[in-house]
Design a protein around this ligand. Structure first.
Ligand code: MD5
Ligand code: FE
Length: 203
């Protein structure tokens, strides 16, 4: 089976390469219905990554806080359906990493342009932390910060490249993590951007 990076963290290097083109086409189709936007944190700062969602639940942030909800706040209508290629990839990667039966109900799509980053944080808005999170990287590479269970734990740096899939769960589920600033580049499928799909069981 795959090599864990650390307890509960499995990096499936290149696992999404074979389906990268359908994934990107699906991202663009989702974004026609639910455009990428820079959501605002409860502290009043616009996030540097642009986001959209698909699936029964979408993650949102605004002045009221962080939460999952069934409707896109910009349009008031349900998030677009989760494309089959997304659902299959998330399920298969989770199984490969030792989490059979993963049926995510939320997919957050992050688009990082030049200079975008994501500060160290924990993912803790989900109901059941027994399910893993599956993260798919497309396009330009970025340095991922894999921290510990306390914010003060010094993060390890892991390069995430096009097609990489990261699965973490169990003892790693609540680890702090983030991504460093995206550098300039050009990728044949994504241009100057990095996309990240984050699959979660939120409800
Ligand atoms: C990203 N997104 O690259 C990252 C990948 C987010 C987010 O963090 O919340 O949208 S998710 C990688 C991740 C999540 C939770 C735990 C760990 C990694 N981990 O312990 O390594 O846009
Ligand atoms: Fe996160």
């Amino acid at each position: 089976g795959p090599e864990p990076l650390d307890e509960g963290v499995v990096l499936l290097h290149g696992y999404a390469l074979d389906c990268a083109e359908p994934l990107m086409e699906s991202i663009h189709r989702v974004a026609e219905k639910a455009p990428f936007r820079h959501m605002v944190t409860p502290g009043g700062h616009a996030m540097s990554a642009a986001m959209t969602c698909c699936g029964p639940l979408g993650w949102v942030t605004d002045a009221r806080g962080y939460r999952y909800q069934a409707q896109d706040p910009e349009s008031g209508v349900p998030w677009p359906e989760m494309p089959e290629v997304f659902r299959h990839l998330a399920w298969a990667a989770a199984k490969e990493a030792g989490f059979p039966g993963f049926k995510p109900d939320a997919c957050l799509i992050n688009r990082y342009g030049l200079g975008a980053r994501m500060g160290l944080h924990q993912d803790k808005d989900e109901r059941d932390f027994a399910w893993p999170i599956v993260s798919v990287s497309l396009g330009l590479p970025v340095v991922f910060q894999l921290g510990g269970l306390r914010r003060s734990d010094r993060p390890q740096r892991v390069l995430l490249e096009h097609g990489d899939v990261l699965v973490w769960g169990g003892p790693a589920r609540m680890r702090y993590h983030g991504v460093l600033t995206l550098k300039a580049g050009a990728h044949p499928l994504t241009g100057a951007n990095r996309y990240n799909l984050t699959f979660r069981k939120a409800d």
